[in-house]
Design a binder for this molecule. Structure first.
Ligand code: FAD
Ligand code: SF4
Length: 513
């Protein structure tokens, strides 16, 4: 072989221009690596999903006539890390050239940029051809340390890619229908929620292998993995979403329910793993959804716009924030949060029904939808002042779609305000009233969402006021958070001190909640 090409586990893009030509002098390498299973303790379904998708991809490449070397943990265990493996492979195959696609994670990008190869081997980095915003345009859209309003970025992207546009105006006359996406699920709505499309990929070999290599994992292991691991399965999931979920996607986007284990993903697409592993291209997802919208009267503009905004807007936006701000972003802790993550985040046993449900579901499925991540677990960590390093690690561990470029701006930025407002202009802090408004969690909870103090009071309430009071200097002059301070100031001093004392007690005993 004259060239060795590396395909990372989240670069399973069969449409990449690499694969358009057959060159018997090119060897593709896809490798299971201990460095990737160990940088955090991953959910077992996440490890299985990546390894299964990588093996399927290698198989498909081979069938298409390419030379591929698939290396399991058994094959790579002798090498200390990825650079050591690549050095050995370059030597073994006597290649002149090593090529890789630009990694999406800073950690891997640095590792490959600083790679030391045998003397005669040159190294070349190419684009992944996955994201819509070219890498070179990130610095024109984003500046390190500065807030970039997502809405304006999104409008630029709508114009640039001519998505849902009528000339230079947004289709329907409005850019954003977010206001219409805030419905709570009523009892009658629950029965109509479509059952999620799940797969049954046999991952028993992978489970045995990761056990043999003592890979530490969390969560529920299933030998029949429900996540899509081939392009075909990913397309089936996309089609299922467009047919059954898209008509009500936006309407119930922020809703949460603990009523039925079969309704855990509601109207969400669960496409994040397929997108992040690059089994699907974001434009393919957007176009499929728009095609359904054009053909199906049951899908209105608010639903399709809400969905397009997530992928064309948010997904591209967080990637821009990540690359414009790394590596500093990973150190940010603007609110000086130093607390420890309560142990119940790892087992779900807490009397708080909202947290118990969101965490238990995450351990069982490696999935929670956006509002569970943002307003239940994320909000709790923010109010409790948990160290953002610990919060990042938890999110990076538990979700099947968790890769640092997308996980970190959402966690450290959006939920923890640790980036001092690079992502959001206000903290997503909320009391129990928000959770009660958007879910049925509070019915049947041991705590009372209406109470602020006392043993039965919903912990979110006192913690919320404690958070607002302790960060008054930072947020009181922010017009978006001025109103809560007016409400706080209307309370009597006695009431204020009772709430703060109760919150202090809670903060000292988070594990007991
Ligand atoms: P849907 O609700 O069906 O949305 C469709 C798609 O839009 C998603 O698949 C995703 O690709 C994209 N999307 C939606 N919101 C966002 C967002 N805020 N940022 C980036 N893409 C978005 N997403 C990840 O892919 N990986 C992560 O590690 C991750 N960590 C998160 C951590 C926190 C604290 C929060 C608040 C959000 C996080 N998200 C992450 C974003 C979002 O919650 C998930 O993308 C979404 O829940 C995945 O489920 P879905 O595919 O059913 O999404
Ligand atoms: Fe969560 Fe409070 Fe509602 Fe219980 S009462 S489910 S703790 S918001």
């Amino acid at each position: 072989y004259h060239t060795l090409r590396l395909v990372l586990g989240d670069q399973l893009n069969a449409s990449h221009s690499w694969f358009k030509q057959h060159d018997q002098g090119v060897l593709y390498v896809i490798a299971e690596l201990k460095q990737e299973t160990d940088y955090v303790t991953h959910h077992v379904q996440k490890v299985c999903a990546f390894f299964a998708a990588m093996a399927q991809f290698a198989d498909a490449l081979e069938k298409a006539g390419h030379d591929v070397e698939y290396l399991t943990l058994d094959d790579t265990q002798a090498y200390q890390d990825l650079p050591a493996l690549l050095y050995a492979l370059c030597e073994h195959y006597q290649v002149d050239q090593f090529e890789y696609q630009r990694p999406d994670e800073y950690r891997l990008a640095m590792q490959l940029e600083q790679l030391r190869l045998p003397n005669e081997v040159t190294s070349q980095c190419v684009e992944t051809e996955h994201f819509l915003l070219p890498f070179s345009q990130i610095t024109t859209q984003f500046t390190a340390g500065k807030h970039r309003k997502m809405e304006f970025f999104y409008r630029d992207m709508r114009r640039q890619f001519d998505i849902l546009m009528e000339g230079d105006q947004p289709e329907g006359g409005k850019w954003n229908y977010d206001q219409q996406n805030r419905n709570k699920l009523k009892k009658a709505d629950l029965e109509a929620i479509p059952a999620p499309l799940i797969f049954a990929n046999d991952v028993s070999d992978i489970l045995t292998r990761i056990e043999r290599h003592q890979v530490k994992t969390i969560g529920h292991a299933a030998s029949a993995l429900m996540w899509p691991v081939t392009r075909q399965q990913a397309k089936a999931l996309l089609n299922h979403f467009c047919t059954y979920c898209l008509p009500l996607f936006g309407q119930f986007q922020d809703a949460m329910t603990g009523q039925s284990p079969h309704q855990w993903s509601l109207y969400h697409s669960r496409l994040s793993f397929a997108l992040n592993a690059k089994l699907l291209h974001p434009m393919q997802v957007i176009q499929a959804a728009i095609d359904h919208y054009r053909q199906n009267e049951a899908i209105n503009l608010a639903q399709i716009e809400g969905f397009v905004r997530q992928i064309l807007g948010w997904r591209e936006y967080v990637r821009g924030v990540y690359w414009a701000n790394m590596p500093d972003y990973a150190q940010k802790n603007a609110l000086g949060a130093q607390g420890t993550l309560p142990a119940f985040f790892w087992h779900g046993k807490t009397k708080m029904r909202c947290l118990s449900h969101a965490i238990t579901q995450s351990l069982e499925t490696a999935y929670a939808h956006h509002i569970q991540r943002l307003m239940v677990t994320g909000n709790f960590c923010l109010l409790a002042g948990v160290d953002p390093d610990e919060v990042d690690d938890w999110y990076l561990s538990i979700y099947v779609d968790a890769i640092e470029w997308v996980e970190m701006p959402n966690t450290r930025g959006m939920t923890q305000f640790a980036d001092n407002g690079i992502v959001g202009t206000k903290p997503y802090a909320a009391s129990g009233a928000y959770i009660n408004r958007m879910s049925d969690y509070c019915v049947g909870c041991e705590y009372d969402v209406k109470e602020k103090v006392g043993p039965k009071a919903c912990p979110f309430n006192a913690l919320y006021w404690h958070f607002m009071a302790r960060h008054r200097d930072k947020f009181a002059r922010n017009p978006r958070t001025a109103m809560p301070y007016r409400n706080w100031d209307k309370m009597s001093e006695t009431q204020q001190s009772q709430i703060l004392a109760h919150a202090d007690e809670l903060l000292a005993n988070l594990d007991a909640l």
